[in-house]
Design a protein around this ligand. Sequence first.
Ligand code: NAP
Length: 282
Amino acid sequence: MNSKTTTSERRVAVVTGANKGVGFGIVRALCKQFNGDVILTARDVDCGQQAVADLNQEGLRPRFFQLDITDTGSVDALATFLRNNYGGLDVLVNNAAIKFRRNANVPYSRRIKETVGCNFFGTLSVTRRLWSLLRPHSRVVNVTCSCISSIIDEFSQDLQTQLQQPDLTMAQLELLIQDYVRDGEMGIHFRRGWPTDEYAVSKVGACLMAAILSREAVDDSRGDIVINACCPGHVRTDMSRYEGSLTEDQGADTPVYLSLLPPNAASPRGQFLAKRTVVKWW
Ligand SMILES: NC(=O)c1ccc[n+]([C@@H]2O[C@H](COP(=O)([O-])OP(=O)(O)OC[C@H]3O[C@@H](n4cnc5c(N)ncnc54)[C@H](OP(=O)(O)O)[C@@H]3O)[C@@H](O)[C@H]2O)c1
């Protein structure tokens, strides 16, 4: 730590779900490129501390903080830690997510509730709770998935119209995704026009979340708060059953690029990117 910098002035980046996979690659890259502390978070303390120890072996010095994005107490504790130790936040990478195997013997009601609960509502909970801590020029990245483009046509025309409203609000989006969970619980989600792939729906929600919060950030007096969504590509991780073509470091490239966008960059803002390129997905 620079001896002239007090802890509360020091810049800080947080990565969720970073004990393995793409999140681990993002922490590794940020430790090398970000001018400040990098907080590796994980829901499992042992896994998180092991990941920090592995990076220590490479000469990198992330800090660890336990975070389960579906546990509001855990999210609150992170917010308190950041406020007390840094007085703010500069980079938030919402990477944590789950995905059930297609052939997993799990009822749709549970698949939808848990997947959307983590990937959409968990991500929203962390982002909302930490939003007030964001300093000017801070960067927020929702790690989503290119699968969003291919399921758009599976939404009913009515749902497409509602989700595509240019002035869609967070409250409206939340209500729609809550409807999806409720329809799933009642076993009527197909009849109501929702797609089959709950993971892709959760990622559509996380992309729309970035677009909506980006619109709201325009009027934020702090200035230059930028949020985007991106796909890491097909990465060899537990989630992909190690079938991807990319390493975790290659998968980290676009999320890290968005985390380190220079001050006052005109674009991208509120967009979805893959391979550092804006993709019109809807
Ligand atoms: N791999 C790909 O090809 C690919 C493609 C497109 C998009 N993505 C996206 O990239 C991101 C990273 O995926 P990955 O492939 O690295 O997956 P992964 O290896 O399965 O890692 C997911 C991470 O999220 C954590 N996590 C899950 N639920 C959590 C919760 N409630 N609170 C906190 N952390 C939680 C996991 O923790 P545990 O270890 O405790 O389970 C793990 O650290 C995800 O957003 C994923 O959707 C991946």
